[in-house]
Design a protein around this ligand. Structure first.
Ligand SMILES: NC(=O)c1ccc[n+]([C@@H]2O[C@H](COP(=O)([O-])OP(=O)(O)OC[C@H]3O[C@@H](n4cnc5c(N)ncnc54)[C@H](OP(=O)(O)O)[C@@H]3O)[C@@H](O)[C@H]2O)c1
Length: 161
């Protein structure tokens, strides 16, 4: 199974010039706590933005070309999705924009840290999704410096046939 986790601004902005748009300590702590010991899946650009491998998690990178460094490089994304989408093992999809978009239709759970701020000139965004199709649960609310945030979990409602 796939779970998305991201930190977004009011316009769904997540990145600017290859970096995160927000750096909120409590959000980082939530990210670490939530993903720890689970495999994390990221796109090549997000991999490049990390100072080092995320420890105590299997680092899986999606790229069209194989390279050394991560624990695993996936070049065939469709095959990876097909293989793991229905498994019991939880894979955390940690960005960035391209990768969230590809996994969104295959994820039943999304953790979003919703920051009450906008970032001009952001260049990467979390994909739009139909929030009425998900149950919204607030996990934590707080402030990081001047920034107000809510950590929210969206879980897909069961389809009624
Ligand atoms: N706020 C947040 O929560 C958050 C989280 C993560 C990242 N970010 C930000 O998001 C930005 C990066 O996002 P991004 O959209 O530019 O890039 P990305 O999603 O991290 O990575 C894109 C790369 O993934 C590979 N890729 C994409 N689709 C593929 C496919 N179907 N098959 C094989 N490889 C594929 C390609 O790599 P190759 O070119 O190597 O083939 C592509 O260039 C940064 O600014 C980062 O800081 C924000």
């Amino acid at each position: 199974m796939f779970t998305l986790i991201a930190c977004v601004g009011k316009n769904n902005e997540i990145g600017k010039k290859g970096e995160l748009v927000f750096n909120i300590k409590k959000d980082m702590e939530f990210f670490t706590r939530t993903t720890l010991s689970h495999p994390v899946v990221m796109g090549y650009n997000t991999w490049l933005s990390l100072p080092k491998k995320l420890k105590n998690r299997k680092n899986i990178v999606i790229s069209y070309e194989d390279f050394a460094g991560p624990d695993e490089v996936i070049t065939n994304l469709d095959e990876f999705i097909k293989k793991h989408e229905l498994s019991d093992k939880e894979y955390f999809i940690i960005g960035g924009g391209m990768i969230y978009k590809r996994f969104l239709p295959h994820a039943n759970s999304i953790y979003l840290t919703e920051v009450d701020a906008t970032v001009p000139d952001a260049d990467v965004f979390f994909p739009e999704f139909d929030k009425t199709a998900y149950k919204r649960t607030i996990i934590e609310e707080g402030t990081g410096g001047p920034l107000k945030y809510s950590i929210v979990n969206y879980t897909k409602k069961k389809e009624v046939k």
